[in-house]
Design a protein. Structure first.
Length: 264
């Protein structure tokens, strides 16, 4: 297929509360020598047509996010940028979409992908992009193997869903860029809590096609899903503390030098 120009938004602005109680973001830890975030981004940079990558992160963590991305910043032809996220995933995606528009690099589609979904393959991105060119929006999905039920607020089953008409949707979710930006702006203040971007897109009257997902394309959610996670977190916290101390000492030295110059 001919690859249309597209951008990738990687969402990594959450606090990883379920993973580590918010101590360290799961995207900053490593699997087989590469951070979760690096693994989530690199397959996009391997594809023709990619024009821009925007990674969202918690405010104040741009330096840590940059360290997790590592050598991806050295890509010669595709800019990789970091954008402060919002208090919700929806808000973070809108900020990233606005940044894509502001930068002005021409793109026809945008892929929105979970930064913790680090086993995505280039083949899956290609399939999803191809589906998006047909429908305007697309998402990889898998048929459910468990029996889906609907429950009430007390956790009691109230209805039995048809498993054959129900799917589990993954990311990347890929959309025609003007429409997904318009859709996010339309729903910004409607008070609804959206699960993902396909719901926003279809709520605004657009279509989302589905392609076959991959079982391996899972999202890191719990501590046991990363080897040696506890040891990595401990080491990360120690390294971060040392870095903050060094930064503080450097700032104090700069301040003392400036004060010395002002008194002479």
């Amino acid at each position: 297929m001919a690859f249309p120009p597209f951008a990738a938004i990687i969402t990594a602005a959450g606090r990883s509360e379920r993973f580590s109680g918010g101590q360290v973001k799961k995207e900053y830890l490593s699997i087989d020598g590469e951070t979760v975030l690096h693994r989530a981004v690199s397959p996009f940079l391997a594809l023709p047509g990619i024009q821009l990558v925007v990674v969202t992160c918690p405010p104040g963590e741009q330096d840590e996010c940059a360290v997790a991305l590592g050598d991806l910043f050295d890509h010669q032809s595709v800019p990789t940028m970091i954008c402060d996220g919002d208090t919700t995933r929806q808000g973070s995606v809108l900020k990233a979409l606005d940044l894509v528009r502001k930068i002005g690099i021409p793109v026809a589609y945008v892929a929105i992908h979970d930064g913790a979904r680090c086993f995505v393959t280039s083949d899956l991105i290609i399939q999803t992009l191809a589906t998006a060119t047909v429908f305007g929006g697309a998402a990889p999905a898998l048929p459910l193997v468990d029996a889906p039920k609907s429950i009430d607020e007390q956790g009691v089953i109230v209805s039995h869903l048809d498993r054959h008409a129900t799917i589990g949707v993954q990311t990347p979710q890929i959309f025609h860029f003007p429409e997904i930006l318009k859709a996010h702006r339309m729903v910004k203040d409607n008070g609804k809590n959206y699960i993902d971007d396909t719901e926003i897109f279809t709520d605004c009257g657009y279509k989302v096609g589905v392609c076959m997902g991959e079982r391996t394309n899972r999202k890191i959610t719990y501590l046991e899903e990363i080897p040696n996670a506890k040891e990595q977190i401990e080491q990360y916290l120690q390294t971060r503390a040392k870095g903050l101390e060094a930064k503080k000492a450097h700032e104090e030295l700069e301040r003392a030098i400036l004060e010395s110059k002002e008194t002479t």
